[in-house]
Design a binder for this molecule. Structure first.
Ligand SMILES: *Cc1c(COP(=O)(O)O)cnc(C)c1O
Length: 486
């Protein structure tokens, strides 16, 4: 028998006033954190007892909300990664902005599942995708979708490319039915997510041709073309070329015009992975070299990198909206659309990607672009590029430092050198410099290996960095490097 006398329960707070105050406290703590971030250490090691605390089993019973927040402040908040800090330069990670964070709070408070239905978030989502087209100078008839990040944006685009390949009907018949193996082309410097995408969409690693690069780490167009010809002669199906606008290692830009021309010549899908550097288009210094992006069949780019919005959000744009929809559209009985009411409105976003439930991630982009406008973002991106060049000039002016790659976009790769050290001693020296920079909480570059040289890698998509941070970084690299081996 159902017990209808049981008290109704809820997860809403027992004491709304207490929760409201706690919420205000959280906001205050965040603002204190951001406002003083420059004076704080960028990173600190996590003590063993904190790791133990974060390894406890699931709580059976609840605790007071204030205690929960105290746990957060004691065990979580102090050991942040650091990409909110002005001297975070590792991998390629954005800073976020206060408005972006507040927008996420509002989005999560409204909590609309932004896939289907007649409600405001759907229109904001559509407007933001249209703004993304405007940022990239894509035609307004193109289509697009906001996804969790660059990896998801790339696989979404490559799925459309695969499904719309010739008359092969791969969506219905599968790859097995294709009359030959499909082959994809990218460079040796291409991000690993492209290979993963090729594996997941059924091409397999062996069908990914990694074309060589020149001394600036840009794809070699001649090699691409002869590779395509060889594959055609072998009876294979070349189907897509992936050019990178801003490689993850060195910020290199593949020769976009040339890749576009080769793709057109052989009837291949031209996809651009601009996860990091498509937005460099906004900097007049790069806009010419990136012009051909506008002609691409598809483009993937991240907004959590160079638009500085909080994690996570990336965007896929597809030139041919029909092909985009045909790759994903499906309407089961429980997702029927009506012309009126809550299930009316815009076409379901689920018809343009794999994910069904989606958060209201468009709001942080919408509010950020309204807060600052396109011009301010163009200035910020150009500022990061100038900071990278400035760092490059500091390196070139120091006899103890050397550039290990040309500065491109906002990535500067360099290392310390000392006379008479072998390659492996130089590696140990620079690795030790990197680890001490991080452990002393000064700055967080990351590392890479370029032509066998262990390298400090500074990738700057940081809206808090100032020129003086580059001076400080070089000063500290030299100080630590000189201390080592004294
Ligand atoms: C960051 C990056 C990716 C992956 O994007 P995520 O947002 O991390 O999934 C892909 N390609 C390039 C060139 C990148 O810089």
């Amino acid at each position: 028998m159902t017990d209808i006398t049981a008290k109704d329960q809820t997860l809403d707070p027992e004491n709304w006033d207490q929760m409201r105050q706690l919420g205000h406290q959280m906001i205050d703590d965040l603002f204190d954190y951001w406002q003083s971030i420059r004076d704080q250490k960028i990173w600190k090691p996590i003590p063993g007892e904190v790791k133990d605390f974060l390894d406890q089993p699931i709580p059976e019973k609840g605790q007071d909300p204030e205690q929960v927040y105290r746990d957060f402040k004691q065990y979580v908040f102090p050991y942040n990664k650091g990409n909110v800090h002005p001297r975070f330069f590792a991998w390629i990670q954005g800073t976020g902005t206060p408005m972006g964070v507040l927008a996420d709070l509002l989005a999560s408070g409204m909590n609309p599942n932004t896939t289907i239905g007649e409600h405001s978030a759907m229109y904001v989502d559509r407007q933001v995708v249209n703004w993304c087209k405007e940022l990239m100078n894509f035609p307004l008839e193109a289509s697009g979708i906001l996804v969790s990040g660059g990896s998801m944006a790339n696989i979404t685009a490559l799925t459309v490319a695969r499904n719309s390949f010739k008359e092969e009907k791969i969506r219905t018949k599968g790859l097995k039915a294709a009359s030959a193996q499909l082959v994809l082309y990218c460079s040796v410097e291409t991000h690993s997510c492209i290979q993963k995408a090729a594996e997941i969409i059924g091409l397999g690693t062996d069908a990914v041709r990694k074309i060589g690069v020149n001394e600036r780490y840009e794809m070699n167009g001649d090699e691409l073309e002869s590779c395509i010809q060889e594959d055609l002669e072998a009876g294979l199906f070349p189907f897509a070329v992936v050019g990178t606008s801003g490689t993850v290692n060195t910020g290199a830009i593949d020769p976009m015009e040339e890749l576009l021309a080769i793709s057109r010549k052989y009837g291949l899908w031209f996809h651009v992975d601009g996860a990091y550097g498509a937005l460099a288009k906004l900097d007049s210094k790069y806009s010419d070299r990136l012009k051909a992006i506008e002609e691409a069949d598809s483009l993937a780019f991240d907004l959590h990198k160079w638009l500085y919005v909080p994690y996570e959000v990336g965007c896929t744009l597809i030139r041919d909206a029909k092909k985009h929809r045909e790759a994903f559209a499906i309407t089961p009985n429980y997702l029927l659309q009506e012309s009126r009411g809550l299930s009316g409105g815009l076409d379901s976003v689920n018809n343009y990607g794999f994910e069904l439930s989606r958060g209201f991630k468009a709001l942080k982009i919408w509010m950020s672009l309204k807060e600052h406008g396109r011009m301010k973002y163009a200035e910020m991106i150009a500022q990061n590029n100038r900071q990278a060049e400035y760092l490059g000039s500091l390196v070139e002016n120091s006899p103890e430092l050397e550039l290990t790659a040309p500065v491109s976009m906002s990535i500067t790769c360099f290392r310390m050198v000392k006379p008479d050290l072998s390659e492996s001693q130089l590696r140990d020296l620079n690795r030790e410099i990197l680890l001490r920079l991080q452990e002393e909480g000064i700055a967080s570059p990351s590392s890479t290996i370029l032509q066998g040289k262990y390298t400090l890698r500074v990738a700057n998509v940081n809206q808090r960095t100032r020129m003086e941070d580059m001076d400080l970084l070089v000063r500290e690299v030299l100080r630590i490097g000189r201390e080592i081996g004294e």
